[in-house]
Design a protein around this ligand. Structure first.
Ligand SMILES: [Fe+2]
Ligand SMILES: [Fe+2]
Length: 217
């Protein structure tokens, strides 16, 4: 029996609608799904598993926002089976979807054992590289009232990066490192290309904040 992909997407849409964390809205989910399928086209992997885990990987975010300290990866993994079952998703593939969702977080520092879970991690991280990564960073930091950069140390040379206070600290300590964290060659290649744009952005940013008041950064 063919499962109903549209039904999964409708469920995800209704969960994330107007409740997603800044930048992590349905557009992020759809970009991650597209990236997963692109990477799988070159690296292999079960396309049905990838499509499902990409669509469902962040559905726990609204709950995590309501209850800080919880983990949206685990919440998403708990919510997913009901949605998959209702859509008629192949039962023998559910476990693989759940494993990928549970282990998708960058901060978990886990190298998953399945190809699909590694591709989901890559796609999720790829979506915070380059121009979109910059946009996501500032959307997030704006929503939480963070400053653009540390007033005395904008390039984060003297202080420990604090991305709970400064958007540039997030870019300089996390985004810039993302290409080295990719599991697949395909994702690493895309991430390296996008990182060139990120480095240009940092360079331009530096020039602009020192344009009038010259100082050593
Ligand atoms: Fe996530
Ligand atoms: Fe995500």
């Amino acid at each position: 029996m063919q499962y109903k992909q549209d039904q999964i997407l409708r469920s995800v849409n209704s969960i994330l609608e107007n409740k997603a964390q800044a930048g992590h809205d349905i557009n992020h989910t759809l970009r991650v799904k597209d990236l997963c399928l692109y990477i799988a086209g070159i690296e292999g992997g079960d396309v049905e598993v990838l499509e499902a885990c990409a669509l469902l990987h962040d559905i726990g975010r609204p709950e995590e926002i309501k209850n800080p300290g919880t983990d949206h990866a685990f919440i998403s993994a708990q919510m997913a089976p009901g949605i998959l079952k209702a859509a008629g998703f192949p039962a023998h593939k559910v476990e693989s979807v759940i494993y990928s969702i549970t282990n998708h977080r960058y901060s978990s520092k886990i190298t998953p054992t399945s190809l699909e879970a590694r591709i989901l991690q890559d796609a999720d991280r790829l979506d915070i590289t380059g121009a979109v990564g910059i946009a996501m960073t500032f959307a997030y930091s704006g929503a939480y009232g963070h400053m653009l950069y540390h007033p005395d140390d904008p390039m984060c040379k003297k202080h420990k990066p604090d991305d709970n206070k400064y958007a540039m600290d997030h870019i300089l300590s996390k985004l810039i490192q993302l290409p080295t964290s990719m599991h697949t060659n395909t994702a690493r290649h895309i991430a390296n290309k996008r990182n060139k744009f990120l480095l240009d952005f940092i360079d331009q940013f530096k020039q602009e904040i020192t344009f009038v008041r010259e100082r050593e950064l």
